[in-house]
Design a protein around this ligand. Structure first.
Ligand code: GAL
Length: 674
């Protein structure tokens, strides 16, 4: 495996952040000071122009780019590269005033007023035209600038539009998808229910909140269409950039498991995946290690979208944000820990929102490297500078990759389908949370886990975990069988294989699509439990697991029973099973179990697959990056106590110390062993 360096121009792990000099053009003294302090903080990049449209084009057709050129020149002269955004994240007032169709229409059919951001109609020809003009002008101005490192397309895509352009495109999209045959669509969407058959594609409306929101197939296809439409829009920007600056890589910044867009589909169009990480550190509903664990999951999602290259941490807050319910400050040391966690999971950058706090408006209290005090002698500045110094030491890690033998299946479609489905307990379905919990229970053993779509190739993996794989997309049943047949360890849970890709139930027993044969079980009933209900699973080794929220009743057909329910009318019935299939094993966990019970089952799968596991103190994460025959093992102490890790060997790149045996980690400390 060879390294894949994203930015050869930068020697260490890239360190940068959103920079908004357009807000300070009347303060040349501040702009001078910015560059001096950026160097002091070890910044190697700045993200410019994310919301600069009105400074570039204050009136229609009147353009100003000199200020941008001047700033890019100065940054470059000081060793700081530019990640340049296209400014389409927010529209000027003149544009909305003259061309109201650029503004979105909501799910009641009402057009938005001008304001805020990220709320354009992605289909409106005039919006696309205006964006194309400004992007071309931007390329004219700085497309050949030596400091231009990368294009950052728009900002945090999201949302839906129900305007006439979008409705028309939705109908065309459906006609295309269902071969212009309305009978096919009716069948796939089971429209005879409530007499909802369509005679023609022209009758179909999106799921307006005061219209047709009761058809599962329609709702799901609208979500897929929204991703398609957003991707189509994004491609229109990429086409301009690639035509004129083919050598410059493109990205756009994602937001965790953002609900409204299937990032896997969008990522096919990007050179690099990047995202914005804003965990609620030190919250009062979970442990700090749990918050870090979820952030680790999010990083793994991003990494797994392009496994052959590093991803980018495009934004993170040096101190605090301003949009959580309670905006708590990161405790001393946590900024470094969170930054190096991104690197541990495969990021080749640590970047911030934002370099300097603005004086006014919506984000005036959002954290930044420099706050209103304006000096570099603050705690936050010092911590950022410390991160800068650490990243500079990690040039050997640039371009290395995380190679995992373990995959967790997660699908956006599956999330939409589970949420939309009327059934179970509406409050406790929690598909993403279940996946995150499963991930945390796996990394407990020091293994890295890829988070991949269910129809991805499973060839590289020895263990596959499929929590709540309700929707089985075409080919997935076969692929899971092949995986187990050749020796893989598969673990699936309750709610596997109920529907196909149109949300039509499989007939003849769940899990469908041939999976009853693979697991050797048929799920006959699904019980939803109230929080006060109680049940347990007793395993054959005598251990017991608590059952929460969901329990399926299984009919066993050739599988071995590993655990049975202890109570209720299904007491004594199978709850956890395992079946040998070919050279591998398929394990079915019919109930939502507590973490300790899940960890025992997962550990067994890892061991059976020959994946090396590690004994780690609770709250310590271990991740590995590798390339060219070298390995870098990260240990992250995600607790506020000293932790000791056994059997560690190597040189700690952060402080040069040799470790052979016990590694002591201070609160929130990180060690990177080469
Ligand atoms: C991001 C966004 C930035 C800024 C930041 C605040 O989601 O891209 O522009 O608003 O949030 O946390």
């Amino acid at each position: 495996m060879e390294r894949r360096i994203l930015f050869p121009q930068i020697s260490g792990i890239m360190h940068g952040g959103d920079y908004n000099p357009e807000q300070w053009l009347d303060r040349p003294d501040i702009l001078e000071e910015d560059i001096r302090l950026m160097k002091e903080a070890g910044m190697t990049s700045a993200t410019l122009g994310v919301f600069s449209w009105t400074t570039y084009e204050p009136r229609e057709g009147e353009f100003h780019f000199d200020w941008l050129k001047e700033i890019m020149d100065k940054l470059y002269a000081n060793g700081i590269y530019t990640v340049l955004a296209t400014p389409s994240g927010a529209r000027p007032a003149w544009l909305d005033e003259k061309y109201p169709e650029a503004m979105r229409v909501d799910d009641y059919g009402v057009r938005y007023h001008h304001g805020v951001r990220h709320n354009h109609c992605m289909s409106a020809p005039i919006y696309r035209e205006k964006v194309s003009i400004i992007v071309n002008k931007l390329i004219d101005a700085v497309g050949d600038h030596p400091g231009l490192l990368m294009w950052h397309i728009s900002n945090e895509f999201g949302g839906e539009c129900y305007c006439e352009h979008c409705v028309k495109r939705f109908r065309n999209y459906l006609a295309e998808k269902f071969d212009h045959d309305i009978a096919k669509l009716n069948k796939a969407w089971w429209t005879t229910f409530w007499s909802h058959d369509y005679n023609d594609f022209s009758q179909i409306e999106p799921p307006y909140s005061n219209g047709e929101f009761s058809n599962m197939g329609l709702n799901l296809e609208w979500k897929r269409f929204t991703t398609w439409s957003m991707t189509d829009y994004m491609k229109s920007e990429i086409a301009i950039l690639k035509e004129r600056t083919p050598q410059i890589p493109v990205t756009t910044n994602y937001m965790k498991l953002f609900y409204g867009l299937d990032y896997r589909v969008m990522s096919r169009e990007l050179d690099v995946v990047s995202w914005d990480s804003y965990p609620a550190f030190h919250n009062d509903w979970e442990s700090f290690a749990d918050t870090m664990g979820e952030n680790s999951f999010d990083h793994a999602v991003m990494r797994s979208m392009k496994k052959d290259r590093p991803f980018m941490l495009m934004e993170s807050a040096p101190g605090l944000v301003n949009w959580h319910g309670c905006n708590k400050m990161k405790r001393p040391g946590v900024h470094r820990l969170a930054s190096l966690q991104a690197v541990a999971l495969g990021s080749d950058t640590v970047q911030y929102f934002q370099w300097r706090k603005g004086r006014g408006s919506f984000e005036q209290y959002h954290g930044a490297v420099l706050d209103h005090l304006g000096t570099g002698d603050t705690r936050i500045f010092r911590e950022v500078a410390q991160v800068g110094a650490d990243l500079e030491k990690l040039s050997d890690i640039r371009g290395t990759l995380v190679k995992s033998k373990v995959a967790l299946l997660f699908d956006w479609d599956n999330m939409w389908a589970i949420d939309a489905m009327r059934g179970m307990s509406q409050e406790t379905k929690e598909y993403p949370k279940t996946c995150i919990q499963m991930y945390k229970n796996l990394i407990r053993f020091g293994v890295d886990v890829d988070i991949i779509p269910s129809d991805d190739s499973l060839d590289d993996y020895e263990v596959v975990v499929a929590p709540m794989l309700y929707m089985i997309r075409p080919g997935v049943g076969e692929s899971l069988k092949r995986f187990v047949e050749r020796g893989g360890q598969l673990l699936a849970t309750y709610l596997t294989g109920y529907v196909d890709e149109n949300q039509l139930n499989f007939l003849g027993g769940f899990p469908g699509d041939g999976l009853t044969e693979l697991f050797g079980v048929v799920s006959e009933e699904l019980d939803s439990l109230y929080p006060t209900d109680h049940n347990q699973v007793r395993f054959t080794d005598g251990t017991v697991g608590e059952v929460r929220e969901y329990a399926e009743m299984l009919r066993v057909n050739g599988a071995e029973v590993l655990g049975t329910y202890t109570e209720d009318y299904y007491g004594g019935m199978p709850a956890v099973t395992s079946k040998t299939y070919g050279k591998g094993r398929a394990c079915y966990v019919a109930a939502r179990l507590d973490d300790a019970a899940m960890q025992r089952l997962l550990e067994e799968c890892l061991k059976a697959a020959g994946v090396t596991t590690y004994e780690l103190p609770c709250g310590v994460e271990r991740h590995t990056r590798e390339a060219d025959g070298k390995q870098y093992v990260f240990y992250l102490n995600c607790t506020d106590e000293i932790q000791q890790v056994k059997d560690v060997k190597g040189t700690n790149l952060l402080n040069g110390e040799q470790v052979d045996g016990m590694l002591a980690l201070s609160p929130y400390d990180v060690a990177i062993l080469a």
